[in-house]
Write a protein that binds this ligand. Structure first.
Ligand code: PLP
Length: 400
């Protein structure tokens, strides 16, 4: 009898975590490695947030809270949704878990039956398909082409919806492409969704605060209030507030769905860390002053990376609206050969050979469902990015 369950056998380990682990192992073995694989800000958690956690410990806030988050944090989340998104939720419509990842998983686990389909726009964040599989559903991929900024077109969405479609997952700005949907683009998708009342919408707004060039951020329940009753709006403090290790994510949605998600949490994880919840209260209620300078730093990094990668021979790098990723094409390098005689037959080989030759760790596009591309996370200093892009240029130039 196999040790592994058949549910888990459907799942593969996270490719992005695998790239980071490989880069760390090479660095530990003495290689000069630049890791552009990880999806987390290099900035530190702001001091006021750290202090709120320290104060919470000293006050003795160290006990269980409600399984899906304490009222003080839910109130701060209700205020955030009202202030920043024009969305009205009651405290009873909020779910808090140990990161955005478990929030999404709790929603899928609470709602999917075998055979239920989840529409996942590709390129996608690596976890959506595997979380869907683990929860018993079937991922169905709908591709956003590079010429459309990697965004899902309404007619592609329309063609993919079946009577079994339970969820559409939206992610704007996107991991891995950085693409963000405009109000008009969301409105066009909403028009399709109106015709299919059985489809629920999970919007993953994790990178909301990371948009550039005066992009006007909107989320679908705000753009299409008539879809509010079947939309789960997911967000969290990990990316905007540089709190990846604290593990707090949250969502607002219809009470019936939130009740089901609480049922999952109550029998599995119980509450996310009480101390982290108090830190998240301060993140949401405290000063937001550091967001702008950090965004400016990310925009300067994006500009640097896009410009330098577009100067690499055979690489074409679109200029995304947000997040801290770019998703360049290596179409122009397919079929070329490395100095050591390896033929670049796709993005898996490209990223492996790049790491081998120049010590730059990036993630292959195949992990995100669209080839031949690779993902660069530029959440690191300009000096490091400049060196990394110089190495990528040198590697591309070495291919014949
Ligand atoms: N959603 C997207 C699109 C992400 O990129 C990530 C993290 O990489 C998450 C959700 C998960 O965030 P968290 O670390 O809060 O679980």
């Amino acid at each position: 009898m196999s040790l592994q369950s058949s549910a888990l056998a459907r799942v593969k380990p996270s490719a992005t975590i695998a790239v980071s682990a490989k880069a760390r192992a090479l660095a530990a073995a003495g290689r000069d490695i630049i890791g552009l694989g990880a999806g987390e800000p290099d900035f530190d958690t702001p001091d006021n947030i750290k202090q709120a956690a320290i104060d919470a410990i000293h006050r003795g806030e160290t006990k269980y809270t409600d399984a899906d988050g304490m009222p003080e944090l839910k109130k701060a989340i209700v205020a955030k949704f009202a202030r920043e998104n024009g969305l009205t939720y009651e405290v009873s419509q909020i779910h808090v878990a140990s990161g955005g990842k478990p929030v999404i998983y709790n929603a899928l686990l609470a709602t999917l039956n075998p055979g239920d389909e989840v529409l996942i726009p590709a390129p996608y964040w690596v976890s959506y398909p595997d979380m869907t599989l683990l929860a018993g559903g079937e991922p169905v991929f709908v591709t956003g082409e590079e010429k459309d900024g990697f965004k899902l077109r309404p007619e592609v969405l329309e063609a993919a919806i079946t009577p079994r479609t339970k969820w559409l997952i939206l992610n704007s700005p996107s991991n891995p492409t950085g693409a963000a949907y405009t109000r008009a683009e969301l409105e066009a998708l909403a028009e399709v969704l109106r015709r299919h009342p059985q489809v629920w919408i999970l919007t993953d707004d994790m990178y909301e605060h990371l948009t550039f060039d005066d992009f006007e951020y909107t989320t679908i329940a705000q753009v299409a209030p008539d879809l509010y009753d079947r939309t789960l709006t997911v967000n969290g403090v990990s990316k905007a507030y540089a709190m990846t290790g604290w593990r707090i994510g949250y969502a607002g949605g219809p009470k019936a769905l939130i009740d089901l998600m609480r049922k999952v949490a109550s029998q599995t994880t119980s509450n996310p860390s009480s101390v982290s919840q108090w830190a998240a209260v301060e993140a949401l209620n405290g000063t937001q002053d550091f967001l702008k300078p950090r965004n400016d730093a990310f925009q300067a990094r994006r500009d640097l990376v896009v410009s330098m990668l577009n100067q690499a021979s055979g690489i074409r790098c679109p200029n995304p609206e947000g997040a801290f990723y770019v998703y360049p094409s290596i179409e122009g390098l397919i079929g070329k050969t490395t100095p050591s005689g390896v033929v670049i037959d796709g993005d898996d080989t490209f990223t492996t050979e790049l790491l081998e030759a120049e010590g730059v760790a990036v993630v292959q596009g195949s992990a995100f469902g669209l080839s031949p591309y690779f993902r660069v996370s530029y959440a690191t200093s300009e000096a490091v990015l400049e060196e990394a892009c110089t190495r990528i240029q040198r590697f591309a130039a070495s291919l014949k």
